[in-house]
Design a binder for this molecule. Structure first.
Ligand SMILES: CC(C)(COP(=O)(O)OP(=O)(O)OC[C@H]1O[C@@H](n2cnc3c(N)ncnc32)[C@H](O)[C@@H]1OP(=O)(O)O)[C@@H](O)C(=O)NCCC(=O)NCCS
Length: 193
């Protein structure tokens, strides 16, 4: 899978998808300690105490997992300044990125609503599902799960072409100890995009 992709957000901003690097750590820290990120992706690590050390560990682990295969991670960055706007990843089913993968993403709070995440999701979908003979990675299927209250993420999923397939009940553990339903999406390489 290509480590560098380029795209353009709806506001005209040129966006690069590239490997994370240590210089991204302060922006990762800001994004992962942000209340909305914590609300939807909160855990024993992603919470209001998320530190610069956590961010460096996240970056190092992402690079290690990419090198090992079965996982792909891109920093979503402003093409002009290289500033990190967000992160997007694919986790391959069964430990490799050959057939089916789960998409995940988050945006830095300062760029939300600019459609940079949507542009990144469209670019990753294209890269993943375009047949190998046409220069893509030739995956067959992508999946995504989104908490029912996470409207921004649902918009990104739908703009990237994902198809709503169902709902799992009380399947997502939130940071406050409660559980919420998740919407399930998938996208086949054969679906219209
Ligand atoms: C979900 C998230 C990645 C969306 O990022 P974003 O940068 O706002 O996405 P975009 O700018 O591409 O916006 C996509 C659309 O959703 C809308 N949107 C974004 N946040 C919204 C919200 N909280 N409520 C309603 N609509 C929202 C945008 O206005 C845009 O709509 P449009 O296409 O009609 O203009 C971001 O809010 C985030 O990082 N959330 C915390 C982490 C998270 O939830 N990750 C996903 C887990 S499944």
């Amino acid at each position: 899978m290509r480590a560098h992709l380029t795209t353009q957000a709806a506001d005209g901003r040129h966006v690069t998808l590239r490997p994370l690097k240590p210089e991204d750590a302060p922006r990762v820290q800001e994004a992962c300690s942000d209340p909305e990120t914590v609300a939807w992706l909160g855990s024993d690590v992603i919470n209001e105490h998320y530190s610069l050390d956590h961010a460096h560990a996240f970056i190092e682990r992402a690079l290690t997992r990419v090198a090992a295969g079965g996982f792909m991670s891109w920093a979503i960055a402003d093409a002009a300044t290289d500033e990190l706007l967000g992160h997007i990843s694919l986790i391959g089913r069964g430990g490799d990125l050959a057939d089916t993968a789960a998409l995940g993403y988050w945006a830095h709070p300062a760029v939300r609503g600019t459609r940079a995440t949507t542009a990144a999701a469209v670019a990753v979908v294209d890269e993943a599902l375009t047949p190998a003979a046409e220069g893509g990675s030739g995956l067959r299927r992508l999946t995504l799960r989104v908490a029912v209250g996470n409207v921004g993420s649902q918009r990104v999923a739908e703009a990237a072409g994902f198809v709503l397939t169902g709902r799992t009940r009380q399947s997502d553990a939130l940071i406050d100890g409660t559980f919420t339903d998740e919407l399930t999406y998938d996208l086949l390489a054969t679906d219209p995009r």
